[in-house]
Design a binder for this molecule. Structure first.
Ligand code: DC
Length: 212
């Protein structure tokens, strides 16, 4: 069983994908991490993420980088969003994602174009989303909880603007833009807590896949 989980930044798709993988005993790939590694490598190389050649050169990053916590930062997320607009970068990362998806037994992948480009034949395609305001609230709460900032140093409005900018870039790019596959199930988690979101998704996957 291949499960594709797409959606915008901070929609909760990563948590949902991880939990689905644990539930069905499948391996999971967070494809955003690959783009984050490329973004980080561009910075380490002193390159420009908007430059296609610099971004392509960063695609041969060392896999050890995937374990670096700095990949999870907002700054690296912004770099990832920039390098991901270059078709050459998307091509360079394609085979790795495809091979992961097609391994015997199946897999869960989350990202932006899993159901549309990487594995259009996936049995289950989900598009997890939530309003910009709610995604900003969740991201803000996460940062406060992790003590990355406090309520004064980290205004929610700034996070909201950043998320809206990233949405615009991910949706507006010419190659593999963020959008639900025509046969994806769109799940809006704006009014759900984590548990409700997961239960809703699990129910949908059970229905689509026939697996419990
Ligand atoms: O899911 P994330 O926030 O870690 O992704 C970071 C950026 O990487 C996102 O803004 C766009 C890009 N990305 C992509 O273009 N395609 C994917 N499958 C995953 C991420």
């Amino acid at each position: 069983m291949i499960i594709a989980v797409d959606g915008p930044t901070a929609s909760g798709k990563g948590t949902i994908a991880k939990r689905l993988a644990a539930h069905f005993g499948l391996p999971h790939l967070d494809t955003g991490l690959l783009y984050r590694a490329v973004g980080r490598q561009v910075a380490l190389n002193g390159g420009d993420p908007n430059d296609a050649d610099d971004a392509l050169a960063a695609c041969d990053f060392d896999d050890a980088l995937l374990g670096d916590d700095i990949l999870r930062s907002e700054e690296t997320g912004g770099l990832a969003s920039r390098v991901s607009v270059h078709p050459a970068v998307r091509d360079a990362l394609y085979e790795r994602q495809r091979a992961f998806a097609l391994q015997p037994g199946g897999a869960v992948l989350d990202g932006r174009d899993i159901g549309t480009v990487i594995v259009p034949e996936a049995q289950v395609k989900l598009f997890v989303t939530a309003s910009v305001g709610e995604r900003a609230r969740r991201r803000w709460q996460e940062m406060i909880d992790k003590r990355i900032g406090d309520e004064e140093s980290l205004p929610r409005s700034v996070i909201e603007q950043d998320i809206a900018r990233r949405d615009a870039r991910d949706i507006g790019r010419a190659d593999a833009p963020l959008r639900p596959a025509s046969d994806a199930l769109v799940i809006d988690t704006t009014s759900f807590d984590r548990e409700q979101a997961f239960e809703t998704v699990l129910e949908a996957v059970r229905e689509r896949s026939g697996q419990q």
